[in-house]
Every structure is written in structure tokens, then in C-alpha cells.
Design a protein around this ligand. Structure first.
Ligand code: FAD
Length: 483
């Protein structure tokens, strides 16, 4: 496609290197404009101190600075993209709008409408793969259908990559920088957080391309140990790059290329290949969402929609206690405290808390999923939905429904010394490594000597795990035949 004047619309791809849409625009036209739209439909319902908006805001500043270094700049608008983008395209007189593809069902719908509106004005809309290495139809079974089990999907994914390594080639930007439209002299300053209606504040982690790269460089030094350390929430064992992957401040090709090089030259130990598997889980869930959009509201396996979850006021109270970290199970409460205070939760704890909500409290996974969506800095529909349906056993390749995490043994195994619990539930800080996982089993006088009174300083457990487990097995019996 040749054009003289084009517009790149940035969404969840907030970087100016290895960028599919920017590369295509710069190689096909000699006047490339860039825009980011604060979508009022997404922003309006958010709390005014939303951490993700702070992250986006800081990343936008970094993107604009990099575009200016290259000779361009970022136009920032606020409103409904379906109105703002066609109007800007007309104002700039561009022939085409280019984007990196977004696979979430609402984004797909919006982009289809965008293409129609632009076409009505005689403009093209071009959507390019960027967010994943392989899209929904690129890794298929021998029968040309989608996979629903992870391991064969992963094997096919790796095989496809081995047969077409060029898939990981970077989309260079710098060498075509002369094709950026220069900033006008009267270009307005980027809007502040207050100007877009949010409270001022720092992002929850280093933002922008530099933030992502600094975090990745730090992780690369630790990657060899990832396979061992990644399961222990008190350790700095994982990359914490999920927020950067969510907002595209790093490139998936760059991460996969580095992991593969470290696997090949032995520098990544076994950790690099375990980490690559996690990146493939992300693509697996993106594929599941794209191929089976019903998972947004229903179980992947329809038989599981027959499950009768707890409802009514009791269920509301149990749910509120879970949200607020008042379940009486220290590891669960510590995890929820970490989520509520920072917007992050370690993967092991996402599994433990999701299992606890659905299988100890009997609450519908969709309620937990929505709570995570509200709180997680790295919230992403595909991975969140996949993770919740995995834990609730309603998803593809999920935890078998009769396998129910024991929150105490998970705690003894993955926070053996109680360090994580002590950090997030200070009321229990004086308890020993043996006592801290199940304080209700400790004699009251021993607890009192340590300044802890159950029911005053820390709650009694909401449910007894053995009894809850029995109820869950009964509840799931409706799917016994189908499972
Ligand atoms: P690392 O261990 O360093 O992994 C590297 C990257 O691989 C992650 O950044 C992420 O992009 C991807 N990844 C890792 N594990 C998974 C996984 N199980 N599924 C899909 N991708 C994975 N991840 C999100 O990005 N957004 C979510 O909203 C989300 N919700 C989840 C909800 C539940 C109930 C569960 C069980 C998991 C969820 N995950 C989600 C997956 C995982 O917990 C996070 O990606 C991970 O904890 C992020 O930390 P990290 O970047 O240090 O991960």
C-alpha cells in the first residue's frame, strides 16, 4: 500500500521500536502522524486514582519523547475513538489509519466499525499483528482446528517458530524516521493527569519503554533461576513484565528472541525455556479468547454452566471478606492485601485465591474475575479469564474439578517461613513459621502471649476447608459425566 500521508493510532502498543504499524506506515508513506486517544468510555468508570491510568500517562510521555527524538510527535486526544480518530484523520488529510491488532471482542467490534467509518470517508484502515508471535489461526492442530490443551499447542507453536524464525524479526523504526510528520510549532503540551480528570500520582512500576527495558535487563540476570524461584511469592523470582506486555511498552518479539538466544547459548539455564513457556501461555489464552469469545461470559466447557454457585446475602458477605482479605486464611488474605495495595499479585497466589473463592467459598468465578479486572495493573481479558477458568475448572486444559488446593498446605509449601504473610498481614507478624499458616490451630494462650487474639486482631476462618471441599465435590457432581 503506497500513501503519502498516514496516521498511526497507538492503543496497547506504547513504544516506538519494533512496532508493526509504525514500521508499515513509515515504509509506505512520507508523512506519518501518531495519535493516542484517552478513551472516555474506558476511563470514565475508573476510580480517579487508577494505577493503570498513571502507568499509561507516564508511558505516553515516554513515547512522545522518543517520537520527538526521531523527528515526529504524539497527538493526544480524549473522547470516543470512533469519533475522534475519523475526525483527526480528516483534519490531517491522511489516506490511511494503521493500528496494531487488538483481539479482545469489544476492540474487534470497535475496529470493524472504525474501518467502516473511515471507508465511508474514502480512507483505509489497516490492522497488523504485533501483540503476539502467532495469532489465533496460525497454530492449528493437524485437523486444522484450534488447540484446547496447552502442551500440544506449545509444541506446535515452537515447531512453527523453528520453521519460520523470520517471524521474530524486528520491525525497525529508526532508519525510516525521516518520514515522520514534524511537530507543528504550536503543538500543545501533553495533558496532565488532572487535565484528563485523574488525581496526580506515580505509576505503580517503572513505566514506558525505558522502564520495560530496565526491568527486563534486571530479570535477564535472574532468569536462570526462574524455574525454581517463580513459585515463591516472597522471592523476586519473576519478571513483573506483565504490565509492560499489557500496554506494549516492550515487544513480544524482543522478549522471545532474547529468551531463545539465552536457551541456545546456555546463559539462561533451564529458566529461559520455562519463562518462554509462560509467554506461550499468554498466546494460548489470546487464541482461546479469539476462537471462543463465549468464554467472556460463559464457561469454556458448557456443562460447567450448570453449576449452582452460592448466592444471596451470605454469598455477598463471603465475597466481600475475600475481596478485603478477611477470610482467616493467612496466605489468601496476604495475597488480597498485596493486590489491593499494589495492583499486583503473584501467579501462585492468583491460583490460590481464585481456587479459594470458587472451591472453598463456592462463589461464581465471574465475580472474582471482575474483581481482578478492577484491581490488577496487568489486567488483560484473555489471561485473566483463562486463569480464572483454569482455577475454577470450567476452562480448557483447566485444573481437574476434583483437585482442590488446600490453602494451608499451599501456604506451608510456597511461603514456608511465612515471610510473605508477615509482610502483608502485620497482625500475624509475631507468629512463628509453624504457627502462621493456620493460627486457629494455635492454643489461645500461646497466641495471646504473642499479642494476637483471634476475632479481634485477625479473623477466625470463614469456612472449614474439609467441609468446604466436600460441598464443592457435591456442587461439581453435575458435571461429573461431562468432565
Ligand atoms: P512472569 O512469570 O515473569 O511471566 C512472563 C509473562 O508471561 C507474564 O508477564 C505474562 O505476560 C505471561 N504469563 C505468565 N504466566 C501466565 C499465565 N498463567 N497465563 C497467561 N500469561 C502468563 N496475567 C496477565 O497478564 N493479566 C491478567 O489479568 C492475569 N490474570 C490472571 C488471573 C488468574 C486467576 C491467574 C491464575 C493468572 C492470571 N494471569 C494474568 C497470569 C499470571 O499470573 C501473570 O501473567 C503473572 O503473574 C505476571 O507476573 P510476571 O510478569 O512477573 O510473570
Amino acid at each position: 500500500m503506497n500513501m503519502s500521508n498516514s496516521l498511526v493510532w497507538f492503543r496497547r502498543d506504547l513504544r516506538a521500536f519494533d512496532h508493526a504499524a509504525l514500521h508499515r506506515a513509515l515504509t509506505a508513506s512520507n508523512r506519518v502522524h501518531c495519535v493516542f486517544v484517552y478513551d472516555s468510555g474506558i476511563l470514565d468508570p475508573l476510580p480517579r486514582d487508577d494505577r493503570r491510568v498513571r502507568f499509561i500517562h507516564a508511558s505516553i510521555a515516554s513515547l512522545d519523547a522518543e517520537l520527538r527524538r526521531l523527528g515526529g510527535h504524539l497527538i493526544v486526544r480524549q473522547g470516543r475513538p470512533l469519533e475522534v480518530v475519523p475526525a483527526l484523520a480528516a483534519e490531517l488529510g491522511v489516506e490511511a489509519v494503521l493500528v496494531c491488532a487488538d483481539y479482545e471482542p469489544e476492540a474487534v467490534e470497535r475496529d470493524a466499525q472504525m474501518a467502516e467509518r473511515l471507508a465511508a470517508d474514502g480512507r483505509k484502515f489497516l490492522s497488523l499483528k504485533d501483540q503476539v508471535v502467532f495469532e489465533k489461526d496460525e497454530v492449528l492442530t493437524l485437523a486444522k482446528g484450534p488447540f484446547s490443551v496447552f502442551t500440544p499447542y506449545k509444541n506446535a507453536w515452537l515447531k512453527r517458530l523453528a520453521s519460520m524464525p523470520e517471524t521474530l524479526a524486528s520491525y525497525p523504526v529508526d532508519q525510516y524516521a525521516h518520514n515522520f510528520a514534524p511537530p507543528p510549532l504550536d503543538a500543545p503540551a501533553l495533558p496532565s493527569l488532572e487535565e484528563i480528570g485523574f488525581a496526580p500520582g506515580e505509576p505503580p512500576l517503572p513505566a514506558g519503554m525505558e522502564g520495560a527495558e530496565a526491568m527486563f535487563e534486571d530479570f535477564v540476570r535472574r532468569i536462570a533461576d526462574y524455574g525454581r524461584a517463580r513459585d515463591f511469592p516472597a522471592q523476586d523470582g519473576t519478571s513483573r513484565l506483565s504490565v509492560h506486555l499489557r500496554f506494549g511498552t516492550t515487544s513480544i518479539r524482543h522478549l522471545v528472541r532474547t529468551a531463545r538466544q539465552m536457551m541456545e547459548n546456555g546463559a539462561g539455564g533451564t529458566g529461559a525455556s520455562v519463562w518462554l513457556s509462560e509467554l506461550i501461555w499468554r498466546e494460548f489464552y489470546a487464541m482461546i479468547l479469539a476462537r471462543h469469545p463465549h468464554v467472556v461470559h460463559q464457561s469454556f466447557k458448557p456443562a460447567f454452566d450448570a453449576i449452582e454457585w452460592e448466592s444471596g446475602m451470605d454469598a455477598d458477605e463471603l465475597f466481600a471478606a475475600w475481596c478485603e482479605g478477611r477470610t482467616g486464611y493467612p496466605l489468601v488474605d496476604a495475597a488480597m492485601a498485596q493486590l489491593n495495595r499494589t495492583g499486583f499479585m503473584h501467579n501462585r497466589l492468583r491460583m490460590v485465591t481464585a481456587s479459594f473463592l470458587t472451591k472453598d467459598l463456592g462463589i461464581d468465578w465471574r465475580r472474582g474475575e471482575r474483581y481482578f479486572a478492577l484491581k490488577l495493573n496487568d489486567y488483560e481479558l484473555a489471561s485473566n479469564n483463562g486463569g480464572w477458568q483454569w482455577a475454577a475448572s470450567t476452562g480448557c486444559d483447566a485444573q481437574p474439578w476434583f483437585r482442590i488446593f488446600n490453602p494451608v498446605s499451599q501456604s506451608q509449601r510456597f511461603d514456608a517461613h511465612g515471610e510473605f504473610i508477615r509482610e502483608w498481614v502485620p497482625a500475624l507478624a509475631s507468629l512463628s513459621a509453624k504457627e502462621i499458616h493456620a493460627p486457629w490451630l494455635v492454643a489461645q494462650d500461646v497466641l495471646a502471649d504473642k499479642g494476637v487474639v483471634l476475632g479481634r486482631d485477625y479473623p477466625f476462618p470463614l469456612v472449614e476447608h474439609g467441609a468446604a471441599r466436600k460441598r464443592t465435590l457435591e456442587r461439581f457432581a453435575v458435571v461429573k459425566k461431562a468432565a
